[in-house]
Structure formats: C-alpha cells, structure tokens
Design a protein around this ligand. Structure first.
Ligand code: PMP
Length: 460
C-alpha cells in the first residue's frame, strides 16, 4: 500500500530510525502503527486486533491492559517521580524490589544493581568481571566466553557477547577478550547418530579445549542464557549444563546467567536456572521484571563478587559505575507491583497449568511439510523451517521464508517473530488455553499459505 504524503506513516519513514529493520524496505512499506492493547491483543491504528504471540519482544508477560501497573506508576509519579541511587541515596520501592528479588533468586545472592535494559545489565556484569579480578589480584584473568548464536544485547560489550553475525559485522565487533564456543543446538550441530548426551559431552570438551588454548589463567567468565531464546529457542540437552559447569569449576571461571527472557516463569520455573540446574555467580534480568510496562533491568551478584567490590572500595574509594536512571522510582514501583501480581495471581501456577497445551500445540507442527524441528519449554517455543525434512537442508535465507510466515500470520491477526529460519512464539504469560489454540490455528493458516506460496514458485 502506498504511503500517503504527510501521514503519520510518512513522518515515521522521514524521521524515525528503527532498530532491527531493513531501512530501505521500510521506506517502501512504512510502519505498522500500534495504537492500543487489550489483554494478549494489540490493536493497530485501523482497529485490527492481533494476538501478540511474542509478548512484544518476549516481555509483556501480563498483556497490554493491566490496570494495577498503571495505578502503581501513577501513585509513584505523584509522590516521587524521580530520584537516583548515586552516593548512597535510596528510596522505598528500590529497596523493596531488591529485597524481593534476593528472596526469589534461584541461588543465594547478595546485592541487586538496577539498570535500564538487558544490555546494560550484561555490560555491568562484564565490567564487574574485570573489576573483580583486578580486586583479587588476578589482572590477567579477563577473557569472557559466550556461545555462538547467543544474544546478550547490543551495547559494545554485550553485542560482543552476542554470537550472531549481523550484530558484529560492520560494527567492528566483537572486542578482544570476548570468545565464542559452540552452540548447544543438537538438531543442527550434532554429528550423525550422536546422542544428546554425547553431544553435550562434546560441547563441554570443546569449551575445555578453548580454555586450554587461551590459557586457563586468562579466562574469567562464561555467559549463558539458560534457554537461548533469540538464537531460535535453543533448548540445550538435559546434561549440558552439568558438564559445562564442571569445566568452569575446574578452571575457577565465573558463571553469569542471562535471565533476561527466561526469568519470571517463562520456562515453567521462576528462573531458567531452576529449569536447567544452573548455579551462577551473577544473574541479569529485565523484560518480565516489569512486565515491560517500564524500562528496568537488574544484575544480581553473589557474595563473592560483592567481596571484590568491598576490597576495591577500601583501596580506591567510590565504585565508579552507575546510570542516571538506574533504580528509577517509577520503574521500581512498577516492577514491584508486577512481582505482587505474579504472587497474587500465582502466575507460575498458571503457566504450569497451560504449558502442556502450548507445547502440544507447538509440537503438532512437527508433521507440517515446512517444519524440520520443533523446540520449546514452558511458554516459549519455535519452529525451524527447512527446505528438506530428511536432509535438514535450510532454505536460502534470501527467500525470507520465516519472514513470509510472519507476514501471513500478521494478515490473520497474529504477531510472531522470524529469527533466522525459525518462527517464534512467546505469548504473554496470562494466555489461556483457548487463546493458545486460537494462536496456533492462525499460525497453521500462515504456514499453509507459505507452503502454497513456495509450491507456486514463490510469487512475490
Ligand atoms: N539478553 C537477552 C537474553 C535478550 O533476549 C535481550 C533482548 N532481547 C538482551 C539481553 C538485551 O536486552 P535489551 O534489549 O533490554 O538491551
């Protein structure tokens, strides 16, 4: 559809630079203008309703019309609209939120540092890894290992941890000190007839080889998102983390768990760490922390890391890190109310009561001619599309097949997200069984239409 001159769409094209968008294609297509929300639906400026099958960006856990969060923000705005936490200042909702997070933590944690985004939380973790090793007199122990296909953010350090080519290419990343090891996706990277356990053993051995090659005394930390969501919903084999953690322990390497997406019930436990038996030294979290109603993220650190900060404080004084809007009172008030809602409505119990329907609806696509692999856990999942189910050959990326499924889904009132070859689902946690069935019915039409489009020779 042509963009009308002087329309809001035309002004968007003229003035807004969109993240994760092809700029030239956007000049032609213009934006989809979202105007409102209602439960798990969002509504565009023409009144069309869409099931938000990705909870926005894996974040709007309570949907788009939660009055209690609006009230919490309003109350806070009218009492203390802003204050910071530099130089020992504090305010009530920051303290209450930190207390609750420490209580909820999947392993004993010591302190919470508030920031504004997942990237900032991971950047803070990187800086603390370096700071800690300086504090304990191991300044050579600075390299950090993450995994291919990982997503940890887009700031300079967190984008370096991210293991996706388009986050590195042309940005002159990754920085040195950041290394990448294998991606634990059995479907793609296992050898023929290799069991999940044997594959996990090979991933751990490959990590150990990398550590040996670089010199164990130089390796400071390992970053892991329990289930790798943005890489295409990669669920590691059951024994993977046990084997990886044994290697980390052997070489005295810190572990950071990135719970930015997994945190707060997404995988069927409060934290992804619980679903996979991960025992981290630091945990980054964001997104569902505030149900996405306010930008807020946090990094939790254990006593060991905090001791490093104490040592440095005694030597050099002030801890020189912090963001103006870290622990913003409106954001902490909204996040605290989000945790209250999770507790009052037993959101974890709700997730557990609907996740079998979600996973069986997702796995029903295994028979679809375009679907090579179905993977998921809790209320998150993805379909990997393939050209040939037997050989697992992928489609030519230039065909944009997963993107086409996304376009057809949009036409049928469903928002999903194409990530590489995968079509991803991560609905608001409040979704009901009937809404799950409706979401997958719409997705099925989109897949069938894409199949027909491919069979007809991909007309544009
Ligand atoms: N870590 C993970 C696992 C993420 O999925 C994301 C964002 N999708 C980030 C970090 C970065 O968060 P943000 O976009 O808030 O910077």
């Amino acid at each position: 559809m042509a963009i009308r001159p002087n329309s809001i769409e035309a002004r968007d094209v003229a003035h807004v630079l969109h993240p994760y968008t092809n700029a030239v294609a956007h000049e032609k297509s213009g934006p989809v203008m979202i105007a409102g929300g209602d439960g798990i639906y969002v509504i565009d400026s023409e009144g069309n309703r869409y099931i938000e099958g990705l909870a926005g960006l894996f974040c709007a856990s309570l949907g788009f019309s939660e009055k209690r969060l609006v009230d919490a923000a309003t109350r806070q705005m009218s009492t203390l609209p802003f204050y910071h936490s530099f130089s020992g200042k504090s305010h009530e909702t920051a303290v209450e939120l930190a207390t609750r997070l420490i209580e909820l933590a999947p392993v004993p944690m010591s302190k919470v540092f508030f920031v504004n985004s997942g990237s900032e939380a991971n950047d803070t973790a990187v800086k603390l890894i370096w700071y800690y090793h300086n504090a304990i007199g191991k300044p050579e122990k600075k390299k950090i290992i993450s995994r291919l296909r990982a997503y940890h953010g887009v700031t300079v350090a967190s984008a370096s941890l991210t293991g996706l080519p388009y986050n590195h290419r042309d940005f002159d990343l990754p920085i040195d000190r950041v290394l990448h090891t294998d991606c634990p996706l059995h479907y793609r990277y296992a050898e023929k007839d290799e069991s999940e356990d044997a594959f996990a053993t090979r991933c751990a051995a490959s990590l150990e080889q990398l550590i040996q090659k670089e010199g164990p005394e130089t390796i400071a930390a390992f970053f892991a998102e329990p289930l790798m969501a943005s890489g295409g919903c990669i669920v590691p084999p059951p024994t993977y983390y046990e084997k990886i953690q044994a290697v980390l322990k052997k070489y005295d390497i810190l572990l950071v768990a990135d719970e930015v997406i997994c945190g707060f019930a997404r995988t069927g436990n409060m934290f992804g760490c619980e679903s996979f038996g991960i025992k981290p030294d630091m945990i980054s979290m964001a997104k569902q922390l505030s149900a996405a109603y306010q930008p807020i993220a946090a990094l939790m650190i254990n006593d060991k890391i905090y001791d490093g900060i104490r040592i440095e404080s005694e030597k050099i004084g002030t801890f020189g890190h912090g963001f103006t809007y870290g622990a913003h009172p409106v954001a902490t008030a909204v996040a605290l109310e989000t945790l209250n809602i999770y507790r009052d409505r037993d959101i974890l119990g709700h997730v557990r009561s609907v996740m079998a329907d979600f996973q069986s609806g997702l796995h029903a696509f295994a028979d679809h001619p375009l679907v090579g692999n179905v993977r998921g856990m809790g209320l998150i999942g993805a379909l990997e599309l393939v050209k040939d189910k037997a050989t697992r050959e992928s489609f030519d990326m230039a065909w944009g097949v997963a993107g086409h499924v996304g376009e057809r889904a949009l036409a049928h009132g469903l928002i999903t997200r194409a990530l590489g070859d995968t079509v991803n689902f991560c609905p608001p946690l409040i979704i009901t069984k009937a809404e799950i069935a409706d979401m997958f019915a719409r997705a099925k039409v989109a897949l069938d239409e894409t199949h027909a489009w491919l069979q007809a020779g991909r007309p544009s």
